[in-house]
Structures are given as structure tokens and as C-alpha cells.
Write a protein that binds this ligand. Structure first.
Ligand code: 5GP
Length: 197
């Protein structure tokens, strides 16, 4: 890649419970591309083991609304319709792109549509479960959510799967090693193309 080349945006979506975070953690370790995760802001409470500033910027509803009012978000949405907000801060994206980094946004399909409109050249990847039954098993297996939350996430998963067609790349996560390899290959193709330009 040319020196001082602008970085790229990589948008990854897929239903809750499909294993995006595990997959991306592996991609980050394996890829030759200078990938950095954007840390989203959210008003939902941290799950056990999640760290502020690493997994998310955990914010109060008031703090989130204040940032939103100041136009600090590239995109933000109330993701599950229960009053919790999620959003990508411009400060997570613009400085990294200017430094030539490839910034990964792990966001929902609504957020992805906004990012695609703003950055039509974004690399968009949708992660599919092996099957809806497997997804349900994983969502229940997590064991940290109430039944009503699981039910809402399943309904939402079906909606998200219906939007998969708006993504340039489709990856099925029924085998983690293979899925990680596929995402790394997709990124490498863009890196090779950028080097040729
Ligand atoms: P979770 O609460 O399980 O961490 O995430 C729930 C959903 O929120 C996931 O589908 C995830 O992709 C989405 N999400 C996480 N961060 C953002 C964000 O910054 N913007 C949008 N639009 N969705 C997000």
C-alpha cells in the first residue's frame, strides 16, 4: 500500500449471537491488513467481563444524548427497541482513516446503511449463522439475558438476515476457522487491489 494512503472502512454485521466478536478477534490477530476495531458507544449495561473503552464506551443515556446532540456520531440507533442506544463515534473513525488504518465497525444493519451512504467504498461483510436453530441455541447458551430479551433478539435476527443482500460479501460462520480465513481473504483482495492502484 502506498505511503500515507487513506485507510478503509470495514463494516461487519450479522445477527446477535452469530459469533461476530470471536470471529473478528481472530481476524485481527491473523490478517496482514492494519485493522483496528472501532469501539462503539452504548447505553446498555456491561456484561460480566466487558471493559469500558475496550468492548464499548459504556455511557449513561444523558451522556449519549449529549454526544448525539453535538453531532459526534457517524451513526447511532436504538438497536433493540427497548431504549438502549448504540453508535459509532466520528472520533473512532476519522483519525484512524487519516492515518491509513483499516477501521472495523461491528454494527447493526441500520447503522451499516448510514455508513454505506456516507462511505460508498466501505467493505461490507455480513456474517450468517449455520442455521437459525444454531443461532437460537447460541443466544440461549449465553445465559446472561432474560427470555424476553432472547425472544426480541431472535425476531431481530430474522429481520437482520433479510437485509444481508445489501452487503458486498457474505460469510457463513458454521466453522470458525474457515470463516476467519474467508474474511482474511476478502481483506487481502482489497489490500492487493489497493497496492496495484
Ligand atoms: P450487543 O448488545 O450484543 O453487544 O450488540 C447488539 C447489537 O448492537 C449487535 O447487532 C451489534 O452489531 C450492534 N451494535 C454494536 N455497536 C453498534 C453501533 O455502534 N452502531 C449500531 N448501529 N449498532 C451497533
Amino acid at each position: 500500500m502506498a505511503e500515507n494512503a487513506r485507510g478503509k472502512l470495514v463494516v461487519v454485521s450479522g445477527p446477535s449471537g452469530v459469533g461476530k466478536s470471536t470471529l473478528l478477534a481472530r481476524v485481527l490477530r491473523q490478517t496482514e491488513v492494519p485493522l483496528v476495531m472501532s469501539v462503539s458507544a452504548t447505553t446498555r449495561p456491561p456484561r460480566p467481563g466487558e471493559r469500558d473503552g475496550v468492548d464499548y464506551h459504556f455511557l449513561s443515556k444523558e451522556a449519549f444524548a449529549a454526544l448525539r446532540g453535538r453531532g459526534e456520531f457517524l451513526e447511532c440507533f436504538e438497536v433493540f427497541g427497548k431504549g438502549d442506544w448504540y453508535g459509532t463515534l466520528n472520533s473512532e473513525v476519522t483519525p484512524g482513516l487519516d492515518q491509513g488504518k483499516w477501521i472495523v465497525l461491528e454494527i447493526d444493519v441500520n447503522g451499516a446503511a448510514v455508513v454505506q451512504a456516507r462511505y460508498p467504498e466501505a467493505i461490507t461483510i455480513f456474517i450468517h449463522p449455520g442455521s437459525v436453530e444454531e443461532l437460537e441455541r447460541r443466544l440461549r447458551g449465553r445465559g446472561t439475558e432474560e427470555e424476553s430479551v432472547v425472544a426480541r433478539r431472535l425476531a431481530r435476527a430474522r429481520d437482520e438476515l433479510a437485509s444481508a443482500g445489501q452487503y458486498r460479501h457474505q460469510v457463513i460462520n458454521d466453522d470458525l476457522d474457515r470463516a476467519v480465513g474467508e474474511v482474511c481473504d476478502i481483506l487481502k483482495r482489497y489490500a492487493d487491489a489497493a497496492q496495484r492502484d
